[in-house]
Design a protein around this ligand. Structure first.
Ligand code: SAM
Length: 222
């Protein structure tokens, strides 16, 4: 497995005004890279933090069968209006994924909402409840434990995440890697160096010009 690639940060889809300042979209090329690597036609693919649906749209275009869960109703409406009948977008909570009667999945690619270590609002409830960094990491671990129950053995799980610069650095990518490796086998990381005009002063939006794609696998052992 390669450990470093360069990708263009420019996204293909133009978004409506209300979403344009959202700095949390995958690029299509990132999703395409992993779908081509780990899936084949008709495989079932899920993004449990679906956002504006990048995974679903790219997976549709490549002939995969996409599923998504998204907490924010406006984003779900956006995806729902644009998806084809092959895609399923659920307005819901990744914590509740076991109650949505989802089929077994061949592959997961997702990017969770990020959190700085000094924040005290929980991003996993759209900041509607209080919660510290440790409870956020524990929450993610619980979500991936539940996710594992709907994965086929051998399925890969890719989590795109970045460390965060603030007053101090939050080692978010490394902390998530450690937490989720208790649940799924950690295969390794692919560092994506971001280039192109949307990288502005050389940052990815979180203080870095790169992010991590953490690759896990459901194996017989873990
Ligand atoms: C980093 S964004 C994902 C963006 C996505 N990769 C895209 O290309 O649009 C994280 C998303 O997770 C959603 N979210 C936060 N907590 C959630 C939860 N508990 N269950 C499902 N979605 C959640 C947020 O509303 C946000 O849209």
């Amino acid at each position: 497995m390669k450990t470093f690639i360069l990708l263009d940060k420019d996204t293909k889809r133009k978004l409506p005004k209300e979403f344009q300042s959202d700095d949390n979209r995958f690029t299509e090329n990132l999703v395409e890279y992993f779908l081509k690597r780990y899936t084949k036609a008709h495989d079932k693919v899920i993004d449990i933090f679906a956002g504006l649906g990048t995974t679903l749209f790219v997976a549709e275009a490549l002939g995969r069968i996409p599923f998504g869960i998204e907490y924010d109703e406006r984003r779900v409406e956006y995806v729902d209006l644009r998806k084809t009948t092959k895609s399923t977008i659920i307005h819901g909570d990744a914590y509740q994924l076991n109650s949505y009667h989802l089929p077994e999945m061949d592959f997961v690619i997702t990017s969770p909402p990020y959190m700085h270590k000094d924040e005290d609002q929980n991003p996993l409830t759209a900041y509607s409840t209080r919660g510290d960094y440790q409870s956020y990491l524990n929450g993610l671990q619980e979500i991936f434990t539940r996710l594992k129950t709907i994965l086929k053995t051998g399925a890969h799980v890719v989590i795109e995440v970045s460390n965060l610069k603030g007053k101090e650095v939050t080692t978010l990518a490394w902390d998530i890697a450690k937490k989720i490796s208790h649940v799924l086998h950690f295969h390794g990381e692919l560092i994506v160096g971001w280039q192109g005009k949307n990288t502005g002063d050389g940052t990815y939006g979180y203080g870095y010009d790169h992010s991590y794609c953490l690759v896990f696998q459901k194996t017989e052992l873990v």
